[in-house]
Design a protein around this ligand. Sequence first.
Ligand SMILES: [Zn+2]
Length: 145
Amino acid sequence: TCCLLESGVRCVRPAGNACYNKRIQKTVQQKRLKFVVDPGVSQMYICEHHKNMIQNYRNQQHQKSRDNNNHNDNNNSHNNRDINFLMLPLSLLRRYKRNFKLISKPGCNKAQLADIVARHFSKIQVDQKDVLTCFLYTCKSNRSQ
Ligand SMILES: [Zn+2]
């Protein structure tokens, strides 16, 4: 039978061909799973049920780290480095400011305005490139009217 003790109770499922190896041991430790090998057993085989369970835990972990990586990639590509707000026309910055009801000091210069817009821009959680594209489009269509 399976060599694992789950919360102190010996698993009664028949053992599969999977061995309780170092990799599984590591996952169990990392995930703080309540599995221990029964000290009284001579073989280290675990049942399909526990093998799958531990594999799922490991996959979740991989998925998570992959998601984190993707998340970071997105952040980097949407970084303000992509857009130099000082290069945008002042009218556009003013429109942006008005559009998002940003507060600026009266009579602030373009650099300050660009800074405010850039800061707001980095905060918004939606796809920033889409917003900017949409925003530029709106400005253009407003102008042509
Ligand atoms: Zn088991």
